[in-house]
Design a protein around this ligand. Sequence first.
Ligand code: F6P
Length: 555
Amino acid sequence: MPQAPQTLTSRPEWQALIDHQADIKYLHMRDLFNRDPKRFERYFLEAAGLALDYSKNLVTEETLQHLFTLARSCQLPARIEAMFRGDRVNVTENRPALHVALRNLSDEPVKVDGTDIMPEIRDTLARMEEFVWRVNSTQWRGFTNKPFTDVVSIGIGGSFLGPKLVSASLKPYWHGRLNCHYVANIDGSHITEVLRHINPETTLFLIQSKSFRTQETLENTRVAREWFLHNGGSEERISKHFVAVTANAKEAVKFGIAEENIFPMWDWVGGRYSLWSAIGLPTALTIGMDNFRGLLAGANAMDQHFRTAPLEENLPVILALLGIWYGNFWGADAHAILPYDHYLRGLPAHLQQLDMESNGKCVTQAGEPVNYQTGPIIWGGAGANGQHAYHQLLHQGTKLSPADFIIPLHTHNPVGNHHAILFANCLSQTQALMQGKTEDEARAELAAQGLDENAINRLARHKVIPGNKPSNTLLFERATPRTVGALIALYEHKTYTQGVIWDVDSFDQWGVELGKQLGEGILDRLLQSGGDQGATDSSTDGLIRLFRNRHKNGF
Ligand code: F6P
């Protein structure tokens, strides 16, 4: 008789973690640090230009051993190899997930169905190189022979967030010849605001859509095309100003994009993993191709580390296991991403899509409902701004949200003492989260301020900070193409590792489909000029009636 597959929570390794959590749940990190003066050295690792201090976590040596044992029992090393080898790790769509091939700098072939995909990847990089050179050297010009001054990238989700993050992160590397604008939202205000400030004669549009079926992108492209045609452009001139990146060249051609202006995408690259492909063109145009290759090299260095380092020294694996420790054994529902770098302020938004679209799943790869928590709510924002806003909840709220503090050792803009102050803020937050403030300390502090006994009794408890809140500190020398590449790849591999342990398909996104399907029916009803026969639920019906009433005389 074949044995029923063992569910994650019935594994002895899972049970061992439950028992271990019960054993250490009253430990305080202050004590862990007091007991072990070498805790920082013990829990500090470097790879691919990044350094991770994970000493401020609720872990002991035993915790980590249990977590590594769990990872091994889920065949993590074999599953890492499977992804790099091109196995169909996206089981529901029966596809490999080969974003790592896009930054494969070796001569090693990467095969899909027996065909090496590396020549196609290298050809596309060479085409990108030529395109970037032609635009930046002003060989490729607009319809009045003026050089381009603006690039407008139209795309959404992975065809927007990744390139936008990288462009913003590497602003100091912009050569300054081109302004880059991103349009994603179907809210007409977004494209209107962009079009208001640009000149059709000197603007290049990049239409970024893997499927070329995404409503928001197609509608925005239509508006951009109309605007171009009404402002001096013409059908013949479109080929000078519109370029697409897509896996669906047929639809792009139907849409009026010249065939020679289409860069390929492949079904073995997920949208949220696509910034390394030609979807990265807006970035490459603004930072130049050498820097874009630097980005790929940084990601590749992290890939090599992830593929070859033992689990115990593997940065993405350690971050993933810590996330599982808190999410599955301590009840944390959220995880904060706190970049202390102005240029990296878009990182939380990109990681929201990367992590939540990948691991926001409730069935296993075999389609069985899970009986454990999967992907957390990813949230965050730039430090130190958040300290004057939501950090209060991190320090004294009732919710547990571990946090990653991300900071460069050097700034691109050394003004005054700013960087030392920024660094001090970052460290003080992780220290405060870890050590907190006891009631005795709060009382002593109030007494030192000269408060009387009554006032101290009234205020002391409000001033207590429980501490024992976990955080990681991620450091790098400076935000360069290489370090930014390594940083994003680190989180990609963290996400995959967690998906392996939770046994979910980290590369599909069926959850976003229902809204798209329902949206089509609702749009038909909103736009109907005659009577509305549709009926769904009273709330949706009522809101449709309200909208139609307000637009009786048109939009
Ligand atoms: O709606 C989700 C999604 O499918 C993402 O996964 C993807 O990145 C985004 O839409 C955009 O898709 P496309 O590149 O095909 O326009």
